[in-house]
Design a protein around this ligand. Sequence first.
Ligand SMILES: Nc1nc2c(c(=O)[nH]1)N[C@H]1C(S)=C(S)[C@@H](COP(=O)(O)O)O[C@H]1N2
Ligand SMILES: [Mo]
Length: 315
Amino acid sequence: MLVKVKSNSYISESDVTDYHIYKKRREFIKKAGGVAAAFSLGVPALSSAGVAIKDYKKDIDNPLADELTEEIKVTSYNNFYELGTGKGDPKSNAHLLQTDPWAITVEGECANPGVLGLEDFVSPHQLEERIYRLRCVEAWSMIIPWLGVELGPVLKRFEPTSTAKYVEFTTILDPDNLPGQRRAVLNWPYREGLRIDEAMNPLTLLAVGLYGKELPNQNGAPLRLVVPWKYGFKSIKSIVKIRFTENQPNTSWNTSSAKEYRFYSNVNPEVDHPRWSQARERKIGELRKRKTLMFNGYADEVASLYDGMDLMKYF
Ligand SMILES: Nc1nc2c(c(=O)[nH]1)N[C@H]1C(S)=C(S)[C@@H](COP(=O)(O)O)O[C@H]1N2
Ligand SMILES: [Mo]
């Protein structure tokens, strides 16, 4: 595949696939002192050593005015079926996910496709911290401080054309190392999709960290999506491919059960999952249940994306 070389931030496929070059770059990043320095962005409060929860509450304004979910719960209660279907499996098997070297292919309906390493992908943009609710379709939720970049400006670098109506995301396929992929629990590799305006919405984040640290493998290292108004499964982990498409892409969950998981999967307390209610949820760490909010509490920002659509039909 030919890759356009535009500037220093674009590198050729051979650069990316050359393990030694990649390794050197990684060593440089480690020497430079972790994620904040690696992305050479002005986030002095977020040192690679990590910031305690207490410091978070002091230092950053929590727009949700709500308790963050404990870091230990965020990193030990996970859904990442490539690493097993139990909530504790992703953490136990985290070491099996090989993230170095890592390259992300961007292709499809765009004028400037490319194959990029993680830092080339993220570093031209501003790394920021965002506190978002994550609401799983299984009716539990968390509040997590993510570290990432807005997806929209990243996508624009690849110059999507007017035929790009959707964006498809694909997770790494590596059945030799990922135990979950040796069983047909899902249609591998894990695939998700967004409409292009959803992908460009300023809420949509490409996360590279949480709690001020590099993303742990079980949370989708080195790079994952966070789409806070949609059920958690739309927030695809460990992305290796982004493709602009004209037609609505197939997604793994929709392929496995079209009755239960449709393309949009917006959090909606009024549309039940066929097997259980979505009206309430349990925030991990709490006993009482809370009411689930329309669009997971982000209606002001995103409801207009769905003007005129029947949300009972397009769920
Ligand atoms: N590749 C991949 N991405 C995935 C999943 C998965 O199994 N594989 N699970 C999804 C589901 S169902 C949820 S709820 C969130 C969980 O993210 P967390 O473990 O970081 O809380 O990841 C989503 N992304
Ligand atoms: Mo989920």
